[in-house]
Design a protein around this ligand. Sequence first.
Ligand SMILES: [Zn+2]
Length: 325
Amino acid sequence: MVYFKDIYGNKDLVRHFQTALRTGNVSHAYLLSGEQGSGKNMLANAFTAALLCDEGGIEPCGRCRSCIQFASGNHPDVFRITHEKTVISVDDIRSQLNANVVIKPYSSEHKVFIVDEAELMNEAAQNALLKTLEEPPEYVVILLLAESEDMLLPTIRSRCVRLNTKPLPPDVIVKYLTTNHGLPDYLASTAAVYSGGNLGNAVEFATSQEASDERTAILSLLRNLDDYSIPELAEAVKLPQAEREAALDLIMIWLRDLLVFKSTGKAKKLVLQDEAPYIERASHVRSFEAIYDAVKAVHEARSRLKSNVNPDIVMEILILALKER
Ligand SMILES: [Zn+2]
């Protein structure tokens, strides 16, 4: 169960939703926009659970029938729009939303529809949604979550309460991890940089054994980058998809540290404190230009991974670009 009190950032948005809950002045449509990991889903879930909660407070109670159903993912009055691949089609909106809004809620006063990645709705889908937004039944609440509201039609935007989520600043994440999880500063800083302002990712990065093992494997690869043969490197970067992204993030932090060391000569400014001796060595044998090229190679790898290129080949090209020349 997600509670508003557990949401660390986006305080103004929490206040907005809780005021709506307190006064009963709930809108039919909200558009939550902000980059991935900036807390859109947490806010949408806390709001939905509180809105449907039998206790009717500004937080979900966590104990009533509605809260228990919500936490189990089986609330009969909550609908999450699903879709295939990279587009939300007009059929998705018609069959899952438009056809469903006309049916009264099963057990609550409201019926909530959550459209995650709403920017994936094509124009036909958005126009279909518009029909419902123009005359929503009184019990309906629609939550659109989008990376950027610019990708939605102005006619959609104008019918929603528009709220913007923001990622947490790194120092807030560092403070949270050091005080709530007792982490050392260097690990908290690494997690903050790595997470891009997403507290959940930061906690996962800093505390899970699996993430820690993956990190160790990548750091060990980077330590030995200049000693390993090309086939050895190619083998080492054959990673499952979920680990690839994390590996790229970590490589970026490593390159940032190489630049910091090369320009300041100071180990205490590094994010990856434990790696200082290796970073020092790697930064000595590389020119600034080589490091900048490596940064560019990471960006290129990221965009190639989004296209249809064989990911193992993308990673192999990247690791060769990182190697000393
Ligand atoms: Zn409840």
